[in-house]
Design a protein around this ligand. Structure first.
Ligand SMILES: O=C(O)CNC(=O)[C@H](CS)NC(=O)CCC(=O)C(=O)O
Length: 280
């Protein structure tokens, strides 16, 4: 059994403020004995427009946010998974990336979000978002890799709605699926927990979903409710959905037990009928 931490923050357009929130989370994670930390999607910043997002983007090699996290990881020998933005070859588009920073502070893995979130619920007074207008989608899954809590499979937020991606990572050896997120309250209220638990149950993996919470600016709010689900589908850690009076960046510490993954897989073998339907 190994202790892991999930951190819940509320990123704004200030990289310095967001790094300060992450520093609080790292301190709480270390105090809780965590051996790895999972942070949300877009931890570096959440802005109020695509133009503002494009104006804030920096290469990871010079981003004070990423450099700051790398030095925190090295200082505490703490691997950190964190969602950030990166520039692409097109000035009009950025990448929505999940970085894995090792215990020595090196960036060892980098996944670019495959599925982009375009939503228009304005007809029913709901949110409207077009991630694809300013974000370039990735084209590859990253092969699951070792960590103190098992082999990590990297995905991001809206990818959660595509079970094929989760199953493909499971087939490549994932034991833990990551869904760092910034879900909308409207979709989060009904879909978030159900989708996360379904992905855990059908892949027999731990699911770790560190999330953004609260109002980022006057236009944008996130659902929060960061979750860890065990491979049997039970919620084993959960954070809040509100930024109440005196709110601070939050952490949940959770025991992750790889033996539970093996036990669930042994107890209920999910033998696929790929002679009948295609293998994903
Ligand atoms: O905007 C940024 O800077 C970072 N990107 C995000 O927050 C993305 C795109 S707007 N959010 C989601 O994918 C939420 C998905 C969701 O809420 C759902 O699937 O229901």
């Amino acid at each position: 059994m190994v202790l892991a931490a999930i951190g819940q923050i509320c990123s704004t357009a200030s990289l310095a403020h967001n790094l300060a929130q992450c520093r609080t989370v790292v301190q709480k994670a270390i105090a809780g004995g965590a051996k790895i930390l999972f942070l949300p999607e877009a931890s570096d910043y959440i802005s109020s427009s695509p133009q503002e997002s494009l104006s804030l983007v920096q290469p990871v090699s010079t981003s004070p946010f990423v450099l700051g996290l790398q030095s925190l990881a090295a200082k505490h020998s703490l691997p950190i998974s964190v969602g950030v933005h990166e520039p692409t070859s097109r000035p009009s588009h950025l990448a929505n990336t999940l970085l894995h920073i090792s215990a020595t502070g090196a960036i060892t893995h980098r996944y670019q979000k495959l599925h982009l979130f375009d939503l228009d619920l304005s007809a029913s007074n709901g949110p409207k978002m077009q991630e694809s207008a300013s974000t370039e989608r990735g084209n590859v899954l990253v092969t699951p890799f070792d960590s103190p809590v098992g082999k990590l499979g990297q995905l991001i937020c809206f990818d959660l709605r595509f079970p094929e991606a989760a199953l493909a990572l499971r087939r490549q050896g994932a034991e833990v699926l990551l869904y760092p997120s910034a879900f909308t309250p409207k979709t989060g209220k009904v879909h978030w927990e159900t989708l996360l638990r379904a992905r855990a149950i059908e892949t027999q993996c731990y699911v770790v979903a560190a999330a953004q919470v609260g109002w980022h600016n006057e236009k944008r709010e996130s659902w929060g409710h960061s979750l860890v689900v065990d491979p049997w589908g039970e919620v084993v850690a959960e954070l809040g959905g509100e930024k109440g009076e005196g709110w601070e960046p939050e952490v949940a510490i959770v025991d992750m037990d790889l033996e539970k993954v093996n036990e669930v897989r042994r107890g209920m073998p999910l033998v696929r009928r790929t002679d009948v339907y295609p293998e994903v």
